[in-house]
Design a protein. Structure first.
Length: 495
């Protein structure tokens, strides 16, 4: 079971006072009654629930700055929240904390086709960006499976990816700038429409920082013109190993598909029963490969991928013949997480990334772990960049199943690190993986990361209890807290 932060009772005792102060900042968006707060008691890591002390839903950056300045002055913890689709518990509230929901900051502020960018507030959904620009022939490349619900602020916090991240990158490769509100209410701007900043690349630090360093109130996103042609292949295999070897061979051949997705037999069966996309019957594994570019480029790469797959024992290679058929193929992949509800009521979606050469071996070991823990596991993932998403299905009401599911998931992540991979590809660490950070990072590595946290949030008020196994006090990291512009022991000489 995950270890969550214990509440400070002195703060809890002030709940009405705190709610009243926040209501002065956001009169039409402060929630403090228990019944309504229940709607905000968790995110997509559904095994864990915690009702927040108070929830506040600002509409403007000024309101966000005022909320953070108040919380900092009163030493109250704050958890930023987008749409609540985090699969790692990144938006799990605190019993003694303010839940800062950004869903009402949902305006697209500017579409600049000349500079190929869109400026949006953090509550804009991922899919809305593409809908806003598609008539002009553009789109926003990062496309998580939750894209109809997940928001840009959360995408920045978790450095989200999606199906097309293999060729076009994660959020960080498509993020040009942000407006960030620090814990004391100060606003800073990083990046923008220009080519780059001088000095340290702080924008890349913010992408994937999981709400520990500041709250994003505006994002400038890179938009791309649609390729003139694309082709989608459905490739079936009678062994998982052959599918894994084909992925490695495609990339080794110098082909970078726009997308290259994997599903195993168990996942195919659940998805077919759920939405009937028409995947090859009887396959142990399938790959969905999409290539794009000019008509000549797309045709050549599709042909080469088909040849590579047949050389590695594919049992069928089928190109989608129409836009409708392509849409059906991708609808099944997008629906994979939801389809797991047909198998068991609860789901842990893991998120480790491994070298492509290790795919076949790791998938076989995951199957062995599934037998060991007596739990079902469906594999669906971004095969091209080795970003695994094993879906562990269980029933939280069945005695011991949650504990077995978490142990199963931890073993998968340890396996990812052991073969040269990492703990997360796009879902973040949150509370789910923080106990495993030592598998990947040394104590010195973690201390360096904690120093960065201390530099932005010396009192550990922003999203505490996430990412780090144990966050040391800033004074332990050799930092000195400055309060009210005055340093401690100000009479002593300084270097």
């Amino acid at each position: 079971m995950l270890e969550l932060l214990q509440p400070e009772h002195a703060i809890l005792a002030r709940q009405k006072e705190i709610a009243a102060a926040l209501a002065k900042i956001v009169p039409d968006g402060t929630i403090s009654d228990e019944a309504t707060l229940t709607a905000y008691d968790g995110d997509a890591l559904t095994a864990y629930r915690q009702r927040p002390m108070v929830c506040v839903l600002p509409k403007t950056t000024d309101q966000v700055a005022s909320i953070l300045a108040y919380a900092s002055g009163e030493n109250i913890r704050v958890v930023p929240r987008g749409a609540g689709t985090s699969l790692s518990g990144g938006a799990l509230p605190l019993a003694d904390g303010i839940l800062l929901g950004l869903s009402r900051m949902n305006r697209i502020l500017e579409l600049d086709y000349e500079n190929r960018c869109a400026v949006v507030q953090p509550g804009v959904t991922n899919a809305s960006v593409t809908r806003a620009v598609e008539k002009a022939g553009f789109y926003y490349a990062p496309d998580p499976s939750s894209q109809i619900a997940c928001t840009i602020g959360g995408n920045v916090a978790e450095n989200s990816g999606g199906i097309h991240c293999l060729k076009y990158g994660l959020t960080t490769q498509n993020l040009m700038g942000v407006e960030l509100v620090l814990v004391n209410g100060e606003r800073v701007r990083l990046g923008g429409k220009h080519a780059g900043d001088s000095g340290l690349d702080l924008l890349s630090v913010v992408a994937g920082s999981e709400g520990l360093l500041g709250v994003v109130t505006e994002a400038t996103l890179r938009i791309l013109p649609r390729a003139p042609a694309s082709r989608t292949l459905l490739i079936a295999f009678d062994t998982v190993r052959a599918a894994g070897e084909t992925v490695a061979a495609i990339i080794a051949a110098g082909i970078i598909p726009a997308a290259l997705e994997f599903m195993d037999r168990a996942c195919i069966a659940a998805v077919e029963a759920f939405c009937a996309p028409g995947y090859p019957r009887g396959a142990e594994a399938i790959l969905i490969a999409e290539v794009d570019g000019t008509e000549t480029e797309a045709a050549y790469e599709a042909r080469r991928i088909g040849e590579i797959a047949q050389d590695l024992r594919a049992v069928s290679v089928r190109e989608c013949a129409s836009a409708d058929e392509r849409a059906r193929a991708w609808s099944g992949r997008k629906a994979a997480f939801g389809a797991m509800g047909r198998l068991k009521p609860d789901l842990l979606c893991m998120d480790g990334t491994i070298p492509r050469r290790a795919l076949a071996d790791v998938l076989e070991q995951i199957e062995a772990l599934s037998v060991h823990y007596r739990l079902g596991c469906c594999n669906v993932f971004h095969a091209g960049d080795g970003n695994l998403h094993p879906l562990i299905v269980f029933d939280v009401m069945a005695p011991g199943e949650l504990e077995r599911a978490e142990a199963f998931g931890a073993d998968i992540l340890k396996l990812c690190v052991a073969v040269g991979g990492v703990l997360t590809g796009e879902h973040g660490v949150g509370v789910e993986k923080k106990a495993l950070m030592g598998e990947m990072f040394s104590e010195t590595d973690l201390q360096q990361q904690e120093r960065r946290k201390c530099a932005c949030d010396g009192n550990n008020l922003l999203n505490p209890g996430k990412v780090f196994p144990t966050l040391h006090a800033c004074v332990e990291q050799g930092q000195m807290h400055v309060h009210g512009g005055r340093m401690p022991f100000g009479n002593l000489p300084r270097m």
